[in-house]
Every structure is written in C-alpha cells, then in structure tokens.
Design a protein around this ligand. Structure first.
Ligand code: PGA
Length: 251
C-alpha cells in the first residue's frame, strides 16, 4: 500500500462554531481531482457540531489539536485521548511547535501523549521542526532526529501505521516565509531515511510526511510535487475555504 496524500487544516484557536460549519461544508462539498485524505484539526468546542452538521466521509475527517497524556483524573481544563475516542474523533495533532513553546511540551511528555493517544485508539499527526537559530547553525537535521528519537521512535513498527509526520520549520509557521521546495524535500528525505533505519523500508515507504509552514494555494503544488512531501499541515490558509480546496487539489 502506497502512502496517502494528506491535506490537513489546523484551525488553531480560530472561528466560532457557525463559521467552522460553513468552512467545513465548503471543503467537504468541493470536488476532488485526486484521492486525498483531508483532515480538519478543529477546536474541541466545534467537534460535536461539525460531526452533526457536516457531511463527513472517509475523505474529510476531524482531528483534535492536542490531548492530555492521562486517561482521566484531576487535570482541570484538559481533554483526554479516551474522551476523544469516545467522541469518535479519529486523529489528534501532537507536538505542534506552538504547544511545545507555549505549553512547555517536551519530547518526553510527547512520548507519553503518543502512548496514551495510540492506546486510546487514536491516530496521530506528529509534528517536528527546528527554529531559525538551529536552521542557521546548520544542525536542523540532527535536531529533528533527536525530537523523533526521544518521542515518536518509542513506538513499534506496527504502531507506525497510525502515524502521519508533519515537518514544520518554526521559522516558516505563520510568517509568510515558506521553506523552499528543496529545503522541504531535503528534510523529508532525511526523515524518511530515519524511518528506514529505525523501522525498515516498509514503514518508511508507507508513512506520509507532511510539510507545514505558510503553505498557500500559490505554493502547494510545487511543495507537494517533491518526492518525499506527501501533503501539508496548513494553518492560516486552511481558514479560507476556497484556498484550502485549491491546496487539496494541488497534488
Ligand atoms: P501556517 O501554520 O500555515 O499558518 O504557517 C502551519 C501550522 O502551524 O500548522
């Protein structure tokens, strides 16, 4: 089985529920040129309404943007992976750089979250990526390798079929500055090589690796055209229905 093309929208802390419904309907009603798995990572508060109001199919599915690493307990304000599974949310995003930065999520906490999410039966979009400082120092590949080694690579080969990796250089997120197609391809090829060394060719060939960081309607085609770029995790541009549809049709 070849790996899937994936277009994932990360709405972050944006939209009210009616805006979210309208946005998701625009996306789910649009025609598709190719087989693409579309995942919408929405605020927790929107999940129930979107499940009721939007024609979801195997082609448009929902994700939560994070979850806790415990299944229940005295953790005020948190949502557990079992709660998401109970709501039949198929995916959760873990390791986004904004969570790493603002919520101090480090690699070992993310390893615990991955474990809990998979144990609950969720699939995971797992994010990694370096800061501008690290990119300038030229140590970005080893930095990402450490991120993956200390978290994602705690999983076994069988579990990797539930993982989509998103490479998101922090310097390109929300800045309008996109990694060049060559920069994206170089990192994606390096990640695939890490997967090959850790898990073998089958896992490496079957794991979708998404690029994230100022993906737009105007640059998606070139990025997705790279051999090891299997799609995108899209923030800002996923809030515009027409533009996100254009991105979905960029494969
Ligand atoms: P951006 O965000 O597309 O707005 O750069 C990407 C992300 O944070 O997932």
């Amino acid at each position: 089985m070849a790996r899937k093309n994936v277009a994932a929208g990360n709405w972050k802390m944006n939209t009210n529920i009616s805006q979210g419904i309208e946005l998701a309907q625009t996306i789910s009603n649009a025609g598709r040129d190719k087989e693409v798995l579309v995942i919408l990572a929405v605020p927790f508060t929107h999940i129930f309404a979107l499940q009721k109001k939007v024609k979801t199919s195997s082609k448009v599915i929902l994700a939560a943007q994070t979850c806790h690493h415990k299944t229940s307990g005295a953790y005020t304000g948190e949502i557990s992976p079992t709660m998401l599974a109970d709501m039949k949310v198929p995916y959760v995003v873990l390791g986004h750089s904004e969570r790493r930065e603002y919520n101090h999520e480090n690699n070992s906490l993310l390893a615990a979250k991955l474990r809990a999410a998979l144990d609950a039966g969720l699939k995971v979009i797992f994010c990694c990526g370096e800061s501008l400082e690290i990119r300038k120092a030229g140590t970005h590949i080893s930095y990402v390798k450490t991120q993956l080694t200390e978290s994602l690579f705690q999983l076994d080969a069988q579990e990797m079929k539930n993982i989509v990796i998103a490479y998101e250089p922090i310097w390109a997120i929300g800045t309008g500055e996109t990694a060049s197609p060559v920069q994206a391809q170089d990192m994606h090829a390096a990640i695939r090589d890490m997967l090959r060394k850790k898990y073998g060719k089958r896992v490496a060939d079957n794991t979708s690796i998404l690029y994230g960081g100022s993906v737009k309607g105007s640059n998606a085609k070139e990025l997705f055209g790279q051999a090891d770029v299997d799609g995108g995790l899209v923030g800002g541009a996923s809030l515009n229905g027409q533009e996100f549809v254009q991105i979905i049709n960029s494969f």
